[in-house]
Design a protein around this ligand. Structure first.
Ligand SMILES: C[S@@+](CC[C@H](N)C(=O)[O-])C[C@H]1O[C@@H](n2cnc3c(N)ncnc32)[C@H](O)[C@@H]1O
Length: 214
């Protein structure tokens, strides 16, 4: 098993060491994801998520967007490529090393170090949230979905991706929390797509877009 697999692929990741591992991994993260996990560098999770975002979230002036678990900020680059130019995008991540790489891109307007689900962010604040690779075994738990709904404006959007096998593992509780929020009329699903996630690892993903309701 490679270093990456032993650290990030299993459910048994040690949360105590997660930050230390991301801080050390930060400088190599982008190249590793593109070249080793995704093969060709196309259809990476950030690219597919940006596509789903652009297909479901109308662009508006002065949008406030949260990148939850932003890591090195490749997602911000993709949003700009997909035409979201007038955005105030906040990078939120627990790893200082990952945030430091994101800072070099000059895309994000704010950097907040923190963890989901207890983000400490204001309620009803963001026009949209995008979240990629953060709902990964040993990372942010399913309860984080409620937090994303809390901090998003009514009528705003939450777009996220998750590995297919992890979503389908009922122990991860993503299906359960998603369904509870739907039943309580907190949000409605706009899109669900199955697509490549980490093709070189033979891992598929689901890509979701939800709209937060009044
Ligand atoms: C696989 S990386 C994905 C980074 C980025 N979204 C991307 O796709 O390029 C996962 C990120 O989630 C962050 N993370 C881990 N646990 C988290 C939590 N509880 N809340 C928010 N972010 C978390 C990590 O620090 C890391 O930067």
């Amino acid at each position: 098993m490679s270093n990456w697999e032993s650290t990030f692929k299993t459910k048994t990741i040690d949360p105590e060491n997660l930050l230390d591992k991301y801080d050390k991994y930060a400088e190599d993260f982008d190249e590793h994801v593109k070249n080793e996990l995704c093969g060709t560098g196309e259809n990476t999770p950030v690219v597919v998520t940006a596509k789903v975002f652009s297909e479901t979230v109308p662009s508006q002036d002065s949008m406030k967007i949260l990148d939850a678990g932003s890591g090195t900020g490749e997602q911000g680059e993709q949003l700009v490529k997909y035409g979201y130019k007038n955005i105030e995008i906040t990078a939120f991540d627990p790893s200082e090393g990952m945030l430091n790489v994101a800072k070099k891109r000059n895309i994000y307007s704010e950097f907040i170090q923190g963890f989901l689900p207890d983000s400490g962010l204001a309620s009803d604040y963001f026009d949209a949230v995008i979240c990629v690779g953060t709902f990964t075994p040993g990372h942010a738990p399913a309860e984080s979905l409620r937090e994303l709904v809390r901090i998003t404006k009514k009528g705003g959007y939450i777009v996220y991706s998750i590995r297919k096998h992890f979503y389908e593992d009922l122990d991860s509780r993503f299906q359960e929390v998603e369904a509870e929020l739907t039943k309580a009329n907190k949000w409605k699903m706009i899109a669900k797509r199955e697509d490549e996630y980490l093709p070189a690892q033979n891992i598929k993903g689901y890509y979701f877009s939800f709209q937060v309701l009044d």
